[in-house]
Design a protein around this ligand. Structure first.
Ligand code: UD1
Ligand code: CA
Length: 463
């Protein structure tokens, strides 16, 4: 059976006003690119409505870059538009290149430059078209300064959309404008798309010509215009980012009970944060993070694709990627948790400590200036200052295992692969190259020799 909805994102335009080398859909937005923020609500809508439709992107300008950027997205098709002859022509490319497109009952059309779109907007449009058996719905909003937008001209016979360049003075005064987001019956598109001409003041094929008086099409006016903010230049991009952040921060504060301090300075992209959590200034948390309850995240921490459990304390300027920090652990200040760092409950990771691909059990302490990579560290192990797992021999990485209850003195190294048993003691400044059985003690430092009165031979006098 074919999908109910086919979705097409028009992304073939040049976007010259952005003055960037990348095509507009790839303009940096929050942690990713504009197009990712259009894809997300569509994906959510299709998933939640259980109408697993297909999504296509019309590419044009620098298509390789766009296709490459989106290659990890599941089930995305691309339709290349050879010449950017207008939005109707872009839609033609979609139907020409995607063989399933005509089989979907409805077609949802989105633009790549409206990153603030949300799934409930699409949902409302889809509900209206099916409830009233319409052929098309265009999302509209009111804009004080409507210059540049297509105007919504309503009459008793229905409505039509008139583009800026074709608008009479009278029509230019209309403040209800076209968002560029539509839901259409696919059979209606099939009947009318191919007869659209380019006889207008731009010489372009306008998709908006599908909306005419006398047809079963309706504008759906939204009160909140922020969903439709278009990004045409970098100042609009900055404004869109501000609005996006504000929206998430508000949800966190009003719906989730999260305390967000200096909200305009933070970059939070997930709403999966538990109540009672405090987020301080200049913190950045990406969309793939999950943060528990009563967590404190101090100033300047950066957290990506990580799970932070309840009661954790992330201290200032820590950098955490692809990591898992368990209940009530403390990390930082200035700690670096790299991919695969799994920090046990109540563990303490201190300043200038780097942890990579290592599992630390409950109550482990690595408090100062250490590197722990490719390791398994048992419960309640205490690692002194300046410890290093020498895990790399220039060709491959090797494992360090330290059993529970062991004590590793400061300024020690383990040369992996090596296993230290449970309840061992490594004297400070030791280099451990051989396995240690449970309960053993190791020391491997040079013996100290002290010569009385000899220091003056080595102390250089400054002139
Ligand atoms: C369009 C609408 C206008 C609406 C406005 C909202 C038309 C004719 N006009 O105008 O009524 O108010 O959006 O922002 O549709 N694109 C292609 N191929 C092309 C041309 C455009 O893929 O040949 C893509 C662009 O990359 C962009 C989208 O279509 O993502 C919209 O095109 P754009 O040129 O920005 O249209 P507007 O002039 O803004
Ligand atoms: Ca536009």
């Amino acid at each position: 059976m074919s999908a109910k909805y086919g979705v097409v994102i028009l992304a073939g335009g040049m976007g010259t006003r952005l003055k960037l080398e990348v095509p507009k859909p790839l303009a940096p937005f929050m942690g990713k690119s504009l197009i990712n923020y259009v894809l997300k609500p569509v994906n959510n809508y299709l998933k939640n409505s259980k109408e697993f439709g297909k999504i296509a992107v019309v590419t044009g300008h620098k298509r390789e870059l766009l296709e490459d950027h989106l290659k990890s997205e599941n089930d995305l098709s691309f339709a290349f538009q050879e010449k950017q002859l207008g939005t109707a022509d872009a839609l033609k490319s979609y139907f020409d290149k995607c063989d399933y497109a005509f089989d979907c009952e409805y077609t949802i059309v989105l633009c790549a430059d409206t990153p603030l779109i949300e799934e409930h907007v699409i949902e409302k449009m889809c509900n209206l078209i099916s409830e009233e058996s319409l052929d098309g719905v265009a999302a509209t909003f009111k804009e004080e300064n409507p210059f540049g937008y297509g105007r919504i001209v309503r009459s008793d016979k229905g409505f039509r959309i008139v583009e800026q360049k074709d608008a009479s003075e009278e029509i230019q005064k209309i403040d209800e404008v076209n968002s560029g987001i539509y839901v259409l019956k696919t059979s209606y598109i099939k009947e009318h798309l191919y007869s659209i001409d380019s006889e207008n003041n731009s010489g372009e094929f306008y998709l908006t010509d599908l909306f005419k008086e006398g047809k079963a099409v309706k504008p759906l006016l939204f009160d909140d215009k922020s969903f439709f903010l278009g990004v045409n230049d970098l100042s609009q991009l900055a404004k869109a980012e501000e609005l996006y952040k504000e929206r998430i921060n508000k949800r966190l504060m009003l719906e989730r009970g999260v305390i967000v301090r200096a909200a305009s300075s933070v970059n939070i992209e997930t709403t999966e944060i538990g109540n009672g959590t405090i987020i301080n200034a200049l913190v950045s948390i990406d969309s793939d993070c999950k943060i528990g309850k009563n967590v404190v995240i101090e100033q300047g921490a950066v957290i990506k694709n990580s799970i932070i459990e309840d009661g954790v304390h992330v201290k200032a300027y820590s950098y955490i990627t692809d990591a898992h920090v368990r209940n009530s652990a403390a990390v930082g200040p200035f700690a670096h948790l790299r991919p695969g760092a799994d920090i046990g409950a109540e563990s303490k990771i201190g300043n200038f400590v780097e942890i990579k691909k290592s599992k630390l059990e409950k109550g482990v302490k690595v408090s100062h200036l250490s590197y722990v990579g490719d390791a398994e560290i048992g419960e309640e192990v205490n690692i002194g200052c300046g410890f290093i797992t020498c895990n790399y021999d220039g060709a491959s990485k090797h494992k360090t295992i330290i059993g529970k209850g062991s004590f590793i003195g400061s300024d020690s190294q383990t040369v992996a692969p090596v296993t230290i048993g449970e309840n061992c003691f490594v004297a400070s400044a030791s280099t451990v190259t051989h396995n240690m059985p449970d309960g053993s003690f190791a020391i491997s430092r040079g013996k100290q020799t002290t010569k009385e009165g000899m220091a003056h031979r080595f102390i250089k006098k400054k002139d």
